[in-house]
Design a protein around this ligand. Structure first.
Ligand code: ZN
Length: 157
């Protein structure tokens, strides 16, 4: 039986789940698959430029584990860039730390940290104060739905 994997905390899901080199049909491409937590590691370290300790803390993993996730992500990205491969982002072992809401009145969208959602759901739009708001469905990363739920696995590449 597989050892249970500790879930990594992810503050936001990537906006795009698939990248490919221009001009090459998908079925002629090789691809690399990044998990959602690998993308989060890149975001924290390389985009927000946080120290590794901070990154590890934010994802609720040890520093060596964070380092391993980051190295794996960077290696896949390098492979894709240098060798012209597609990049698919999906799956992983993570918990989502925030939830996006949408106002039915003016279409305003905003993110609420998961801790806040868990304590108290937002009741009105922060822009127009309309009570006609709804949580957004999660983007399809080969995952289930719902906030704070445990996601595992994903579609096959
Ligand atoms: Zn509104």
């Amino acid at each position: 039986m597989a050892r249970p994997v500790k879930l990594r905390c992810v503050a936001q899901l990537p906006n795009v789940g698939f990248f490919k080199p221009a001009g090459i049909p998908v079925n002629a491409l090789e691809g690399v698959r990044l998990s959602v937590e690998e993308v989060e590691a890149i975001r924290l370290k390389d985009l927000e430029c946080l120290e590794q300790e901070e990154c590890a803390e934010k994802m609720h993993v040890s520093r060596p584990t964070f380092h391993r996730i980051l190295e794996s992500a960077r290696k896949k990205l390098a492979d894709a860039l240098i060798n012209g491969k597609a990049i698919q982002i999906e799956g992983g072992n993570f918990e989502l730390l925030q939830r996006r809401f949408r106002c039915g009145n003016d279409g305003h969208e905003w993110d609420v940290p998961f801790e806040a959602v868990a304590q108290k759901l937002p009741l009105s739009c922060p822009r127009c104060l309309s009570g006609n708001i709804q949580p957004m469905p999660l983007p399809p990363f080969g995952l289930g739905r719902g906030c704070g739920r445990r996601f595992r696995g994903g579609r096959r590449w």
